[in-house]
Write a protein that binds this ligand. Structure first.
Ligand code: GTP
Ligand code: SPV
Ligand code: MN
Length: 631
């Protein structure tokens, strides 16, 4: 008997033999009145008429409804219920092997004007795109249930919050959205009251003929992830995975929200958010932008290895940042859960994540243990002798392939994180003290460097490059530019985005602007090993950053910014050889001049739209590098 069969029998929380509520008992359209809600009803009817599902289910967001949905997915073979003894309330999903990550090549910004999408986005005119998508969506939900999911990013009704509705034919997406956002009928009340909302439509693109047997993970070889920023819409076809299907996340909270932010004077960023508490009890708030699979979740859950320091988690992927009445920048995490990378998450690297995942978690594309628990590379030091791999095949350490997909993920409520800040849902957010930019750089970029001022910080952000990871399709390890870690997520012309960043900062009084730093945990020695221990020891870098904010330590002026004096880094309890430390902070003017040339090339792709201020920063950098070269 398969594990799924064993555990699905004990899957109800109502106890053995008790009657369970079927999913069909839920799903009624909430009865509300008024023109705003009528517009929502009309839109839902219109999408149903186009996609022709067998039934329409309005998701109310209750716990019982969620349990019924999960139970149905187990019964239909879409989820495997994990052994509740090890992992209560938790499930494993296995995706189609061709649907394992975001598909950036199939992601479009369909703005009216091509120059509003810019050279870093795929652009197609909205009319043309609609002409392509309409026939694809026509009948795409045949044989399936169409779910209508009202959700809020940020607490419902909060001053920085925004709402949306996702239509989807994927129950997996519904369950995921239920964890990642705040789903409920109170959102419909907001719509009825006239609050603007974002329309998102998702289909896996796999209609069923009458009597046709479904597969566990339906999807389509053809994929389209399309954003219409001018009408605040997202249309996603063909994929069930992550950011392609949970449209509140990258599509709404970054691509569409960045456009709203541009127009309203705020920032939607690919940033984690933490509170750092010093041994003196002082609190600092730091947001950090690293590209996908470059350490946001890990830093968000940092457990300092230095005595007296504490970190509280506020968010691990997205921050919405807005100037407050006090002239500071205030940030919220608009999400309600974590969709985190599993491989590399373990007791020795991120014990907080491991503890967060004790139960109530949906795992996707990890390996299954014979005892009905999950496993992935890096979870434990010891590799289990026998597993079922992410594709459902028998696996042993001799198999010569990873047991979990490199982009396998966990989906879990943020509230389950043992170090989540008590006030993480505070609607007004937290005031930012520092902003960090980083990426995966084997060479050149030092462990930490401080920007000299806001413009220099924006220049650094615009220059972030990082080695590609498995979070999106493409060649892993290849260096690419990923400005602000937003290359795949900026919903408008990136040169305008740079200008927007300059503007937002300039509007703040100098004393209230967050200080900007660049960090790099991933520098390698000539022998290919990481020079810095990383993870909990990144607290040593955070300590230096906080001491800089406090004015407690000096820094050394270097051509690329301000570097720490090595003696100011707290290295107690770790053993990083002097030579490695020097390599960690080495700045080679020659390589940096080469980087400056690449920056110029990159800027030139925007055809004169990059703000002159950033060109001035580039020239100043070159000047300082040449001076250093001559010295
Ligand atoms: P997305 O969810 O894709 O946006 O990724 P993320 O930025 O949240 O990255 P995450 O924290 O999940 O880390 C991705 C990978 O980088 C994992 O395999 C981690 O183990 C690894 N990683 C994170 N922090 C460090 C670090 O300080 N040093 C090293 N060497 N690896 C790290
Ligand atoms: C990322 O790739 O940056 C993620 C995962 O956080 S996804 O939601 O799929 O975009
Ligand atoms: Mn991310």
């Amino acid at each position: 008997m398969a594990i799924a069969d064993v555990f699905s029998r004990s899957s109800t929380t109502t106890g053995p033999g008790a009657a369970v509520t079927p999913l069909s008992a839920f799903g009624e359209r909430p009865a509300r009145e008024g023109e705003h809600v009528e517009a929502l009803y009309a839109w839902v009817d219109e999408i149903a008429a186009l996609t022709t599902p067998d039934r329409v289910h309005w998701v109310g967001g209750s716990r019982l409804e969620n349990e019924a949905l999960l139970r149905e997915m187990v019964d239909e073979g879409r989820l495997i219920k994990l052994n509740p003894e090890w992992r209560p309330g938790s499930y494993l999903a296995r995706s189609h092997p061709g649907d394992v990550a975001r598909t950036e090549g199939r992601t479009y910004i369909a703005s009216e004007r091509e120059e509003d999408a810019g050279p870093t986005n795929n652009w197609v005119a909205p009319d043309e795109m609609r002409a392509t998508l309409t026939p694809l969506f026509a009948g795409s939900m045949r044989g399936r249930t169409m779910y209508v999911v009202p959700f809020s990013m940020g607490t419902v009704g909060g001053p920085l919050s925004h709402i949306g509705v996702q239509i989807t034919d994927s129950a997996y997406a519904v369950a995921s959205i239920g964890i990642m956002t705040r789903v409920g009928v109170d959102v419909i009340d907001q719509i009825a009251a006239g609050k603007p909302w974002v329309k998102t439509v998702h289909t896996v693109g796999a209609p069923l003929a009458p009597g046709e047997q479904d597969v566990a993970w339906p999807c389509n070889d053809e994929k389209y992830i399309v954003h219409y920023p001018d009408t605040l819409e997202v249309w996603s076809f063909g994929s069930g995975y992550g950011g392609n299907a949970i449209l509140a996340k990258k599509c709404f909270a970054l691509r569409i929200a960045s456009v709203i932010g541009r127009d309203e004077g705020w920032l939607a960023e690919h940033m984690l958010l933490i509170r750092v508490i010093s041994p003196e009890g002082k609190k600092y708030h730091i947001a950090a932008a690293f590209p996908s699979a470059c350490g946001k979740t890990n830093l968000a859950m940092l457990r300092p290895t230095i005595p007296g320091w504490r970190v509280e988690t506020l968010g691990d992927d997205i921050s919405w940042i807005r100037p407050g009445d006090d002239g500071r920048l205030w940030a919220i995490n608009p999400e309600a859960g974590f969709f985190g990378v599993a491989p590399g998450t373990g007791e020795s690297t991120n014990v907080t994540a491991v503890e967060t995942l004790w139960g109530n978690t949906i795992f996707t594309n990890v390996a299954l243990r014979p005892d009905g628990d999950v496993w992935w590379e890096g979870l434990t030091d010891e590799t289990p002798a026998e597993l079922t791999d992410w594709e459902g095949n028998p696996w042993t350490p001799a198999s010569g392939r990873p047991a979990a997909h490199p982009n396998s993920r966990f989906t879990v409520s943020a509230g389950q994180c043992p170090q989540i800040a008590d006030d993480w849902e505070a609607p007004e957010g937290v005031p930012l003290d520092a902003i960090l930019f980083g990426g995966r750089r084997a060479t050149n970029v030092p462990l930490v460097v401080e920007a000299t001022d806001w413009s220099h910080g924006v220049f650094i952000g615009s220059n972030i490059s990082s080695e590609r990871t498995a979070a999106a399709e493409g060649t892993v390890g290849e260096l690419r530019r990923d400005p602000f870690a937003m290359l795949p997520f900026c919903g408008y012309n990136m040169a305008d985005y740079f200008a927007h960043w300059l503007r937002v900062g300039k509007a703040l009084h100098v004393s209230k602007r967050p200080r900007v730093f660049q960090v790099n945990w991933f520098r390698k020695g000539s022998d290919g090993r990481f020079l810095w221990p990383g993870f909990g020891d990144n607290s040593r870098v955070i300590e230096w950053i906080v001491r800089r904010l406090e004015g407690a330590v000096d820094a050394v002026d270097a051509p690329i910014g301000r570097l720490p004096r090595i003696e100011d880094l707290n290295l107690e309890g770790i053993d990083v050889p002097q030579q490695d430390l020097e390599e960690l902070f080495a700045v080679d003017p020659e390589s940096w001049l080469h980087e400056a040339d690449l920056t110029e090339q990159f800027y030139s792709t925007f055809e004169g739209k990059v703000p002159p201020r950033l060109y001035a920063e580039l020239e100043a950098l070159r000047y300082r590098l040449k001076r250093a070269q001559q010295a």
